[in-house]
Design a protein around this ligand. Structure first.
Ligand code: HEM
Length: 364
């Protein structure tokens, strides 16, 4: 991913293999010899933390799937039986459900880091857009995963969100019927969501490979936002970045473990411990915390179509950012006004969920 490798294995068997497939050379040039700006701060460890979380979600998810039953009559009970009867099933489930939240905490920090330091600007536009694609895939994966335990919030969340497509003129109703596989959220919906929830993390992994490839072509940005001038501005990835990333990962794991072992249901909704009931609508239908800023946009606009357009635009606009921001200076460190607007945006994003979850009646 970062040009031809100078790596020469010493063992004859490895030399034989390397001549036929220079895999170790690729790993060596990408994660050992790769030159890294020497002034990177801890906000740059979140890419590694995200890679780790993707691995955790895939491993725990694959094992959970061995015990889960994607059927409307059995899904809820199969999840309860995972927690109560399967050896360490409680651990698997809580690692996976809290892992989704941790994944989003990490991705939001990673994205805000990119916004602050102008990492989306040339020559990193493709790297950034690949990130936006990953983010969209993460949102779809998280949404479909939340439906699987088939609790009240799973069912009603799925109903509200899939219904949004009905706002599309002329074809909306047909799209919703197609998504559901019937005339309401039901067994076919649960089955296709399970299938896609299993598939998408592997698609994400593929896009992450492209993301890291694009990163290694453009080179990393840094807090100053000024491209490194000489070799003296760089250090080799190993040991410097590997140790720093490793330390970041351990700290993040401690934070994650605190949720898993002490407050495993803190980030979840109690209504999801009630089995899905199409006849009873919960008083408040709220998505998981990581969707709330977008849900707030959706519900702030009285027109359904207007709300849907505004919500999707708020995500899609990110992809155009490299061209919307025409400033010559990259990092907000040297852009006092951009710095102020950045923090207003952070506070706005964090405060908007209160509006989405408390002050409005349940969505139809
Ligand atoms: C599964 C999710 C993701 C993984 C595993 C991942 C992985 C990485 C890694 C390993 C790096 C290099 C280390 C670092 O700068 O932190 C990186 C850099 C970067 N990522 Fe991601 N990423 C993900 C999602 C995203 C998203 C959603 C965006 C933006 C929408 C994004 C934008 C960027 C940018 C702009 C850089 C370059 C940073 C710089 O050099 O300043 N990434 N990513």
């Amino acid at each position: 991913m970062s040009g031809p490798s100078t790596y020469q294995p010493s063992h004859p068997a490895l030399q034989w293999f390397e001549k036929r497939l220079p895999l170790i050379g690729l790993i060596h040039s990408s994660f050992v010899a790769y030159p890294t700006p020497r002034n990177l701060n801890y906000w740059w460890t979140f890419g590694g933390i995200l890679s780790m979380m993707l691995g955790v979600q895939i491993v725990t998810g694959v094992i959970l799937a061995m015990h889960y039953t994607p059927h409307v009559d059995m899904a809820f009970n199969s999840v309860e039986s995972i927690v109560r009867d399967v050896n360490y099933g409680w651990l698997l489930r809580y690692l996976h459900s809290n892992g989704a939240s941790m994944f989003f905490i990490a991705v939001y920090i990673h994205m805000f880091r990119g916004l602050y330091y102008g990492s989306y600007k040339a020559p990193r536009e493709v790297l950034w857009i690949l990130g936006v694609i990953i983010y969209l895939l993460m949102m779809a994966t998280g949404f479909m995963g939340y439906v699987l335990p088939w609790g009240q919030m799973s069912f009603w969340g799925a109903t509200v969100i899939t219904n949004l497509f009905s706002a599309i003129p002329y074809v909306g109703e047909s799209i919703v019927t197609l998504l559901w596989g019937g005339y309401s959220v039901g067994n076919p919906t649960l089955n296709r969501f399970f299938s896609l929830h299993y598939l998408l993390p592997f698609v994400i992994a593929g896009v992450v490979v492209l993301h890291v490839w694009a990163l290694h072509v453009a080179g990393q940005n840094n807090p100053a936002g000024v491209e490194p001038k000489t070799e003296k501005d760089m250090v080799p990835f190993t040991p410097y970045a590997t140790i720093k990333d490793g330390f970041g990962m351990v700290c993040f794991m401690i934070f994650y473990a605190w949720f898993v072992f002490y407050i495993p249901n803190y980030l979840g909704d109690p209504d999801n411990y009630i089995q899905a009931n199409p006849g009873v609508t919960p008083a408040h239908i709220v998505p998981e915390w990581y969707y709330l800023p977008f849900y707030a946009i959706l519900r702030s606009i009285p027109s359904k179509l207007g709300g849907v357009i505004a919500m999707f635009s708020a995500i899609i606009v990110l992809a155009f950012l490299p061209w919307l921001d025409s400033a010559k200076t990259r990092s907000s460190k040297y852009r006092p006004l951009a710095k102020q607007f950045f923090w207003i945006f952070v506070v706005g994003s964090a405060a908007s969920p209160r509006r989405a979850s408390t002050s409005l009646p349940a969505a139809s």
